[in-house]
Design a protein around this ligand. Sequence first.
Ligand code: GN1
Ligand code: MG
Length: 365
Amino acid sequence: MADKFLIDGRLVKTSTLVGGHIHDTYVASYLEDGRINTYVHQRINRNVFQDPIRLMDNVSRVVAHVRAKLERSNCVDGNRRVLTLVPDREGKPYYIDKEGEYWRTYRYIDNVVTHDVVTRSLAHVAAAAFGNFVGLLQDLSGPRLHETILNFHNTPKRYQNLCRAIDNDPHNRAETARTEIDFAVARQEMASILTSAQASGELPERIVHNDTKINNVLFDIRSEEALCVIDLDTVMPGLTAYDFADLVRTMTSPSREDECDLNQVYVDLAIFEAVSDGYLGSTRSFLSEQELAFLVPGAIVITYETGIRFLTDYLQGDAYFKVNRPTHNLDRCRNQFKLISSMEAQRNAMEAIVKRAIRRLRWHP
Ligand code: GN1
Ligand code: MG
């Protein structure tokens, strides 16, 4: 890759980065001018992102905007707080190989960790980091960002896809997922909650991250500060409810997204409170009353959406998400559905926590 991207050195070490469900990711170190520099090379998944050039146009604009703002505020350690794209030899933010595959390269950020399960304090700083990131993008100028995946959070469309997969059942798996299918069908009405509120103008479109999974934030290994928001592929127009939802979905349960022991899968209200405080604290200057009102319902909807996406992919033979066992997507689906049950049972308490956070922040800004 060194001869393809603007890297002037000799490869000394390479490894595969696992964790993401979508791209193939490699970490490579090069000896450049007597120093070891490390980069992240990613082969873009074209099954998922069908227009990599537009995708990289978005990413380039987003990182340039965030970087310019960090520089203007003279922030310390700026290079570790936003991703740095390395251009190819022609100056493009991607390189197309002989097979027609698209590659991109970022500078590796040193001394960071990611987490799949978090404590209260990590949840607070991570939620604040995502809110802050979106705040930085609210004044991005120029044309509307491209929709890198059409209908990404269109839950009714996701539900239709599930129905098609159930009807076609190409891998004869529907029988093994009867309980989950019934669970999804029984809740089909919730699918349109966010799309209707957006269509009626209640919820404003904003640039949001759209995939605020806990493992999409890099923490400083020593201070545990949430340093850098990553995975910018779905930064595009959307709803703040989507971002809050994925924070809740991926942080409040004391277990991983594919945990099979469902007793360990539930919304821990203390962590939910930390997420609410962190996110609202960093977004209070621009969130509307309506956006606040849809945070808790949105968390349930997007958890539902994620669950039915896993279920659909299971029925379709695991064509989308990376899996390491045949029931992996079904296990992930069960996990999300258990989380929904926990949210349904604790909904009033969650609403009360959000209201408390709002009061606290408005009273003591
Ligand atoms: C995917 O790429 P990753 O693993 O951060 C997916 C998200 C899902 C998530 C579920 C582009 O995120 O939408 O919520 O898996 N990203 C895409 O774990 O589909
Ligand atoms: Mg990711």
